[in-house]
Design a protein around this ligand. Structure first.
Ligand code: ADP
Ligand SMILES: N[C@@H](CCOP(=O)(O)O)C(=O)O
Length: 291
C-alpha cells in the first residue's frame, strides 16, 4: 500500500496560459493505492459526490490505465472539484506518483507529469500539464510541449474560491482561437516579467507579470463578482490578481504580511455580491509527497 499527498495548484497565472503553474501548501488530495486485479475507485472528502468512481472517467483511473497498473484507489479530496485549483490534477498527480512507487516503475518526475496529464485530458478534453507539473514537482513550473522546468520560489499567495462551479472543459470554450501581434507582444512581456519575478522572489514583478488581455477577460465574464474581488484585492495590497486556472477561484499575489488583509477584502467583496467564498493563504509549496 502506498499513500501520496498532492497539493492544490494554480495554472496560467494570467500571462502563461497552459504554460505556468504554482503549487500551494494546502489544500491537498491524499491518495492511497493497493495492488488489485482490476482498478476500482473510492472517493471521499470535499465535493466527492460530484466525482465519478468509474475508472475511465476519474483522472486517477485514467492514470492507472496509462501506467498499466491496476489498483484499488482511495481518494480523500481536499481540493474541491471544478474550482480552478487543480482538483482533478491533484488526484492524477498523487495517483501517478503512488502507482510508480507501488509497481516499482522507476519513472522520473518529468515522465510522471506526462502520465498525469493523460488523466487531465480525460476530463478537460486537452492534456494540459500546467496543473499536474507543479502538483508533482512543486514550485513554479513552466510547461512546454517538449518538457517542463521548475524553480523553487518564495512568493506569498492568496486563493479565494467562491461558491460557484465552472468546469475547465466549459471554460476552455471561451478562450479566443487567435490573437493579434500587439496582444502577443504584451503577453510575452508580461510572462517574461513574471518569470524574472519568480527567480528574484519579487512579488511586485510577479504581480505585474500576471497581466493578460487575451484569456483572462473572457474567463472573468464567467465569474460573478470577479471585478469587485480583484479591485478589493489590489486595494488591500495585492500586487496582482487574476483567474486561477479556468476559475472560479481567483489568485492574488501579495507581499508577506498582506495575505490576511487581501484574503479578507476578497471574501468581503464576494459577500457583497451575495456569494459565499473561502480563502487559502500559502506560499509556493512542494509537490507530491509519499507518506
Ligand atoms: N479525481 C478527480 N478529482 C476531481 N475531479 C475529477 C476527478 N476525476 C474526474 N473529475 C471530474 O473533473 C471535473 C473537475 O475538473 P476541472 O473541471 O478540471 O476542475 P478543477 O479546476 O478543480 O481541476 C469534474 O467534472 C469532476 O467530476
Ligand atoms: N490551463 C488550463 C488550466 C485549468 O486549471 P483548472 O485548475 O481550472 O483545472 C486552463 O486554463 O484551461
Amino acid at each position: 500500500m502506498v499513500t501520496v499527498r498532492a497539493p492544490a495548484t494554480s495554472a496560467n497565472l494570467g500571462s502563461g496560459f497552459d504554460v505556468f503553474g504554482v503549487a500551494f501548501d494546502r489544500p491537498a488530495d491524499v491518495v492511497t493505492v493497493e495492488r488489485a486485479r482490476e482498478t476500482s475507485i473510492e472517493v471521499t472528502g470535499v465535493g466527492s459526490e460530484y466525482i465519478p468512481n468509474d475508472p475511465e472517467k476519474n483522472t486517477a483511473g485514467v492514470v492507472a490505465s496509462a501506467l498499466d497498473a491496476p489498483a484499488s484507489i482511495s481518494i480523500d479530496k481536499g481540493v474541491r472539484p471544478s474550482s480552478g485549483l487543480g482538483s482533478s490534477a491533484a488526484s492524477a498527480a498523487a495517483t501517478a506518483v503512488a502507482l510508480n512507487e507501488l509497481y516499482g516503475r522507476n519513472l522520473s518526475d518529468h515522465e510522471l507529469v506526462q502520465v498525469a496529464a493523460e488523466g487531465e485530458a480525460a476530463v478537460s478534453g486537452t492534456a494540459h500539464a500546467d496543473n499536474v507539473a507543479p502538483a508533482i514537482l512543486g514550485g513554479f513550473t513552466v510547461v512546454r510541449e517538449d518538457g517542463v522546468e521548475s524553480v523553487d520560489a518564495s512568493i506569498p499567495l492568496v486563493a479565494v474560491l467562491p461558491d460557484i462551479v465552472i468546469s475547465t472543459r466549459d471554460a476552455r470554450h471561451v478562450v479566443p482561437e487567435s490573437i493579434t501581434i500587439e496582444d502577443m507582444v504584451r503577453t510575452v512581456g508580461s510572462a517574461a516579467t513574471l518569470t524574472a519575478g519568480m527567480y528574484r522572489d519579487d512579488p511586485d514583478l510577479v504581480g505585474r507579470g500576471m497581466e493578460d488581455d487575451v484569456v483572462t477577460p473572457a474567463r472573468a465574464d464567467l465569474i460573478q463578482g470577479y471585478d469587485r474581488a480583484v479591485e478589493a484585492a489590489r486595494e488591500a495590497g495585492a500586487t496582482g490578481a487574476t483567474v486561477s486556472g479556468a476559475g472560479p477561484a481567483i489568485l492574488a499575489v501579495t507581499h508577506s504580511g498582506d495575505q490576511r488583509d487581501v484574503a479578507a477584502a476578497m471574501l468581503d467583496a464576494f459577500e457583497a455580491d451575495g456569494i459565499d467564498s473561502r480563502a487559502f493563504t500559502s506560499t509556493i509549496g512542494s509537490g507530491a509527497t509519499i507518506f
